[in-house]
Ligand binder design. Structure first.
Ligand code: NAP
Length: 304
C-alpha cells in the first residue's frame, strides 16, 4: 500500500509529491501524459517568483519534476480510470493495475473549453488549436484568429504575433477580461486587430480551416473572416469526471475543499486548477500542493 497517491503531474501535483516524498511518505504520482500539465503549453512564464527574466513552461516543470524525484517521488505514466475513495484504504484503478493508498491528492487539472460550434470537432488539429505554443510556429506569415478575452487569449495572441502576419482577437464583449498589463501589451501590438462584440458561429473548411463565420452580438450582422488558423481560449472545464459522484463539486464542476485542501471525503485532497477557487495560477497550485501534502501527512498520522 502507498501512503499517498497523487493523480496529475502539473505544478500542484509535483509540489505535493515533493513535500510528501521529502516527508518520507511512500508516494506515487500518476500522470497519463508527460508531467507538467497545462504549463507545458506556456511559452514563457513571467509571473512565477524567482525568475525575473521569465522561464519557459517546459523548463519550470522539468525542474519541479527533477526536484521532487530527487527526494524519492515515484512518477508513473498511467491513466487513472476509476477511483473508490469512501473507505479508509482508497483504491485507484489505472489502465495497468489497482493501487491502494491511505490518502489521495487529486491534481487532475482542467481542460480547454470548446466553443461547441459547427466545424470545431472536424477541424481540430487541422487549423483549430487550443495551444499557441504548440501550434503557433505553423502559421508563419499567415492570418489567424484568437477567440476569447481572458488572460490566456490575450497572452497567446501576443505570442502568435511572433509568427502570424495578423492576429484577429475576437471577443464577445467590448472589454477584455485579461489583466491590465496584458491588455496594454496587446493594444500596442500592431499585428493584433480587435473584433469586439463578436462570436464565431461556424469554423469553415473541409480538410483545413479556411475561415470563420462571425456574428456581431449587438447588431446581429454576420460576416466571414478568412483565416488559416483558429486558436480557442475561452476558459477551462475541470477534469472532475472521475470523482463527480464521490466528492462535493461546485456548480461548475470544480472540487470543493476546506482550507487544508481536504475534500468532502476525509483523506482525499484536491489542488490546482481542479479546485473551486478564485485564482488559477502556478503560484496558487504550488501553495495548495504543499498544504495538501502536509494535511495528508497529518491525516495519515491520525490513522496510526
Ligand atoms: P477566463 O479568464 O475564464 O476567460 C475566458 C474568456 O473567454 C472570457 O473573456 C470569456 O468572455 C470568453 N468566453 C467564454 N466562453 C465563451 C464562448 N462560449 N464564446 C466566446 N467567448 C467565450 O479563461 P482563461 O483566459 O483561459 O484563464 C483561465 C485562468 O487561468 C484565469 O484564472 C487566468 O487568470 C489564468 N491565466 C493566467 C495567465 C497569466 O497569469 N499570465 C495566463 C493564462 C491564464 P467574458 O469575458 O465575456 O466572460
Amino acid at each position: 500500500m502507498q501512503d499517498v497517491i497523487i493523480i496529475g503531474g502539473g505544478p500542484g501535483g509535483l509540489t505535493a509529491g515533493l513535500y510528501t516524498a521529502r516527508a518520507r511518505l511512500k508516494t506515487a504520482l500518476l500522470e497519463r501524459l508527460a508531467p507538467g500539465g497545462q504549463v507545458l503549453t506556456t511559452d514563457l512564464v513571467e509571473n512565477y517568483p524567482g525568475f525575473p527574466e521569465g522561464i519557459s513552461g517546459f523548463e519550470l516543470v522539468d525542474r519541479m519534476k527533477r526536484q521532487a524525484e530527487s527526494f524519492g517521488l515515484e512518477i508513473r505514466g498511467e491513466e487513472v480510470v476509476k477511483l473508490e475513495l469512501s473507505s479508509e484504504a482508497k483504491r485507484v484503478f489505472t489502465s495497468k493495475e489497482t493501487l491502494e493508498a491511505k490518502a489521495v491528492i487529486l491534481a487532475c487539472g482542467a481542460s480547454p473549453s470548446k466553443l461547441g460550434i459547427e466545424g470545431e470537432e472536424l477541424l481540430t488539429g487541422k487549423g483549430i488549436s487550443y495551444c499557441a505554443t504548440c501550434d503557433g510556429p505553423f502559421y508563419r506569415d499567415q492570418e489567424v484568429a484568437v477567440i476569447g478575452g481572458g488572460d490566456a487569449a490575450v497572452e497567446e495572441a501576443i505570442f502568435l504575433t511572433k509568427f502570424a502576419s495578423k492576429v484577429y482577437l475576437i471577443h464577445r464583449r467590448d472589454q477584455l477580461r485579461a489583466t491590465r498589463l496584458l491588455q496594454d501589451r496587446a493594444m500596442s501590438q500592431e499585428k493584433i486587430e480587435f473584433v469586439w462584440n463578436t462570436v464565431p458561429t461556424k469554423i469553415v473548411g473541409e480538410s483545413q480551416v479556411d475561415g470563420l463565420d462571425l456574428k456581431d452580438v449587438k447588431t446581429g450582422v454576420t460576416t466571414h473572416l478568412p483565416v488559416s488558423g483558429v486558436f480557442i481560449f475561452i476558459g477551462y472545464r475541470p477534469n472532475s469526471d472521475l470523482v463527480k459522484d464521490q466528492v462535493e463539486l461546485d456548480a461548475r464542476g470544480f472540487v470543493v475543499t476546506n482550507d487544508n485542501m481536504e475534500t468532502s471525503i476525509p483523506g482525499v485532497f484536491a489542488v490546482g486548477d481542479l479546485r473551486s477557487k478564485l485564482l488559477r495560477q502556478i503560484t496558487t497550485a504550488v501553495g495548495e500542493g504543499a498544504t495538501a501534502a502536509f494535511a495528508a501527512e497529518k491525516y495519515i498520522e491520525s490513522l496510526e
